[in-house]
Design a protein around this ligand. Structure first.
Ligand code: GLN
Length: 490
């Protein structure tokens, strides 16, 4: 049993990870809140944007969010086989900070390069830091689950800071100040991580044991892939390949879906799993679909919902017009408020033997999403009669979406750690983030469809979201009967 109790009864290394993740999420969410607004901002005015169409800006946003979570998969592989998780996090944090500083340069030419850096850095950091959290605890240490809960708090404190600081600076002073603030936040994270990395001890310090010649082969392939990748990215940035954002986003969504499907199929058919492990994998596959659908609505907070906030919502509070991004900190504040309540409800239901199965909890998450879009459809109708509408509609939407998040996100993470075949754990976490990747791209595509034509295009897309969530929720409820005995027996 690990006796280290230096951080709220948890190993002191958790403090290092908590603060690193906090600053990383501050920079990620802070910058993300500005992205679509900057891209769709008009070319003239005191704070000129890029003048892109809503369709293109949303597609780029979707590609960006999708890439961030997709890169977690190779990032995990590099940490497992080459760098070790601790070094991967350090390198990732430095690359993210550089990315934001590149975005802070007030010219358009370097914009996409900055995004590429943030994507690659997050790929190295996000999944690997979550793995080190688990490694801080011994195998039977009961504190692991609550360790992850504390870690989830750091994510939300970070995003609150990000919305607060980056949205204010970016919207009220200049977009690039907001991007720069994200870079400074991440730089605090890097400094802190370097200072206190030793507190992690050996957790995630070394890559997997293997023959050094095998590792040398892996390193060679990684270098080759990096060169190829930078060559393609370079051609894109220099304009030698033209990329149609919408078409690229659509193909990327197909690509991610095929990769995830093929990977589940591979694990099911060829990974030598026992019958019981196969049933667990099917359960995780069902949850995967629910999670991808969930994020496709949730991640519209910084796309269609931000545009609705900007164009059709009254943002004045006591004579001050608040930044558009400030509405989004409703989400992390509600998470911190309601997380203990949700945990208490699940624990109570478990005690009286009425704990809903995992697919049912996911269905509850999706039903909250459906209701949140009903609120939005109502708000859109009001705005059609007379805009701007009050901000209570978006706040209510975020409240419902946060309840959905709490029924799904922390639960999904622990389900993947509990039901994944042990020897594939790292890759299974990669799959969990692939659900976020698919959701992110879809959020960009759906957000684009919603905002292409002012309010008249919002209503049909949001109505579609309600139907789509209802259908998937019903499917999950139907599936839950198949898995009922499974969860009880394990
Ligand atoms: N809000 C969580 C985070 O930022 C989960 C996001 C996601 O998986 N899409 O870590």
């Amino acid at each position: 049993m690990n006796k280290d109790t230096g951080f709220f009864g948890h190993p002191i290394g958790l403090r290092t990870l908590f603060l690193t993740e906090m600053w990383e999420r501050m920079s990620y969410y802070g910058m993300r809140a500005l992205l679509v607004l900057y891209m769709t901002g008009s070319l003239a005015g005191f704070n000129p944007g890029m003048g892109l169409s809503a369709m293109d800006a949303n597609a780029i946003y979707g590609i960006y969010v999708g890439m961030v979570y997709f890169m977690v998969v190779p990032g995990g592989w590099i940490a497992d086989n080459i760098l070790g998780h601790q070094k991967a996090v350090l390198l990732g944090a430095i690359i993210i900070a550089l990315g934001h500083f590149i975005l802070a340069i007030p010219v358009e030419q370097t914009f996409f390069l900055g995004l590429v850096f943030v994507v690659l850095g997050t790929g190295l950091l996000k999944g690997n830091i979550s793995t080190i959290v688990g490694n801080l605890y011994g195998d039977n240490d009961k504190r692991r689950d609550s360790g992850y809960t504390i870690f989830y708090m750091s994510i939300n404190i970070g995003s609150t800071l990000g919305f607060l600081i980056c949205s204010y600076l970016g919207e009220k002073i200049g977009w690039h100040y907001g991007f720069g603030a994200a870079g400074i936040g991440m730089a605090f994270g890097v400094y802190q991580y370097i200072q206190f990395r030793h507190l992690l001890g050996s957790a995630g310090e070394f890559p997997n044991d293997m023959d050094e010649s095998k590792r040398a082969g892996y390193i060679k392939w990684t270098k080759l892939s990096l060169v190829l990748m930078f060559a393609v990215i370079g051609c894109g940035l220099l304009g030698l390949i033209t990329i149609e954002p919408r078409v690229f986003a659509e193909n990327f969504a197909y690509f991610l879906t095929i990769v995830a499907g093929a990977y589940f199929l591979y694990l099911y058919s060829f990974a030598g799993l026992s019958p019981s492990e196969k049933k667990n994998l099917l359960l995780l596959f069902v949850l995967f679909i629910g999670a991808a659908a969930f994020w496709s609505g949730f991640d519209q907070s910084a796309s269609s919902l931000s545009i609705f906030a900007r164009d059709y919502t009254d943002l004045s509070v006591a004579g001050f017009i608040i930044p558009i991004g400030w509405l989004q900190f409703a989400n992390p504040i509600f998470v911190v408020t309601f997380a203990p309540i949700f945990a208490g409800i699940w624990a109570h239901l478990a005690r009286i033997n009425m704990d809903p199965s995992l697919p049912i909890k996911f269905a509850i998450g999706l039903i909250f999403m459906a209701i949140s879009f009903m609120v939005m459809v109502y708000a859109v109708q009001l705005a059609m009669v007379s805009a701007p509408v009050g901000m209570r509609w978006l706040l209510l939407t975020y409240l419902l979406q946060t309840w959905g998040e709490l029924a799904l996100s922390p639960i999904g993470l622990s389900a993947f750690s509990k039901y994944s075949p042990k020897r594939y754990m790292g890759q299974m976490f990669g799959l969990w983030f692939l659900a976020s990747a698919i959701g992110g791209v879809l959020a960009g595509l759906l957000g684009g469809d919603a905002t292409v034509d002012g309010l008249s295009s919002v209503q049909p897309i949001f109505t579609f979201m309600i139907q789509y969530y209802a259908v998937i929720a019903v499917l999950l409820i139907a599936m839950s009967f198949l898995f009922k005995s499974r969860e009880k027996s394990s």
